[in-house]
Design a protein around this ligand. Structure first.
Ligand code: P6P
Length: 342
């Protein structure tokens, strides 16, 4: 088929792409492939809700407060339930964990358990939903460590280095699914007319010349000296680099996705007002680590300001971490200034 027939030279659905990827792994049993299909399906279902949020009665808040102490948006709840319900019976997972729930989400006993565990933020940035700002789903997939039976905390508390796959779905001007299995980063755009994620961004690499920095500079007074100096650096105050433009929407997936495609750095540092003084706001297991895997696979880097996010050994499910993520030289500069000035 060629472009003269008004068709693109090649149409690759996410299913076809995942199957092709699987061919690089003769030992693969197809379970991970199926799991990634399931996530894509969840993304389609959630996208159908988020794009109509302004119309259906699903805007606004439930009367619930989640483990994070945050008001649960109706769409948060819908996204969380959708992901769990699409994965609780497939026999591919030993357990799940969600930003919305304190403990491990067990597989109902009537269903088999599988060899992976999945941790996810069902709808990150959901406070922005009512303002029509892009929001996103973020997921981490690990091999289980325990041999069999219900997944345990040991299966969940793994460093990013152990990730088998990770990715995010961005519900914005279009719906995009970006994932890695360690064989590069690939982006798919949902064609709602056919209900398929089509390959639109193969082999994503962070451009060498960064354009943006993304941080809530409203907090600069409460950052450490090293982070304040870093914020001057990225703006070119010391003249050592061309100042980067500030782009910050306050929705991690949207901010990260833009910097992945355009080059730049996102950071969310410790705020001296925080009760958790040493860790900032973002979660390690289902926000920082999955995006760090993507960043590294795209030629970038992610740090907590002192070490690679991928090397942090989690001690709790909802553990927070400071996050600096994007072009490697920009993130390493943050580490340098934090090392010198705290
Ligand atoms: P702030 C959204 O609430 C979120 O968890 C991330 O998506 C986003 O990067 C961050 O918080 C924004 O936080 O304090 O700048 O509003």
């Amino acid at each position: 088929m060629n472009s003269q027939n008004n068709y693109p030279a090649q149409i690759t659905t996410i299913e076809r792409h995942i199957l092709d990827e699987q061919r690089h792994h003769p030992e693969a049993t197809g379970v991970l492939t199926q799991l990634l299909y399931d996530i894509a399906l969840a993304g389609k279902v959630i996208a159908s809700k988020t794009t109509r949020a302004g119309l259906a009665e699903i805007l606004g808040r439930t009367d619930e407060i989640n483990i994070q102490g945050e008001e649960v948006q109706k769409l948060d709840h819908l996204a969380d339930l959708t992901i769990y319900r699409l994965n609780d019976h497939t026999g591919r997972l030993a357990a799940l964990a969600s930003e919305e729930h304190e403990g491990i989400l067990a597989i109902p006993e009537q269903y088999p358990t599988g060899k992976y565990v999945m941790l996810y933020d069902p709808l990150d940035g959901s406070a922005n939903i009512d303002y029509n700002i892009p929001v996103g789903t973020i997921f981490s997939i690990f091999h289980r460590i325990t041999e069999s039976g219900p997944g345990t905390m040991e299966d969940m508390l793994q460093p990013g280095r152990n990730l088998v796959a990770s990715g995010y779905i961005s519900y914005g001007s279009s719906t995009m699914l970006v994932y890695t299995t360690g064989e590069g980063v690939h982006g798919f755009t949902l064609d709602p007319t056919v209900g398929e994620f089509l390959l639109s961004h193969p082999h994503i690499k962070i451009p060498d010349n960064p354009r943006y920095f993304s941080a809530n500079t409203g907090y600069v007074t409460y950052w450490s000296e090293g982070v304040r100096r870093y914020t001057d650096y990225v703006q070119g105050v010391d003249g050592s680099i061309m100042g980067l433009s500030l782009r910050y929407v306050g929705s991690l997936v949207a901010d990260f996705h833009r910097n992945l495609l355009s080059g730049g750095v996102f950071y969310y540092a410790v705020d001296s007002r925080d009760s958790n003084k040493d860790s900032g706001k973002l979660r390690l297991l289902y926000e920082a680590a999955p995006l760090a895997f993507i960043a590294e696979q795209a030629g970038g880097y992610a740090s907590d300001g002192t070490q690679s996010i991928m090397d942090i050994i989690p001690v709790s499910l909802h553990q927070r971490t400071p996050l600096f993520i994007g072009n490697r030289p920009l993130v390493e500069k943050a580490e340098e200034l934090i090392s010198k000035f705290g």
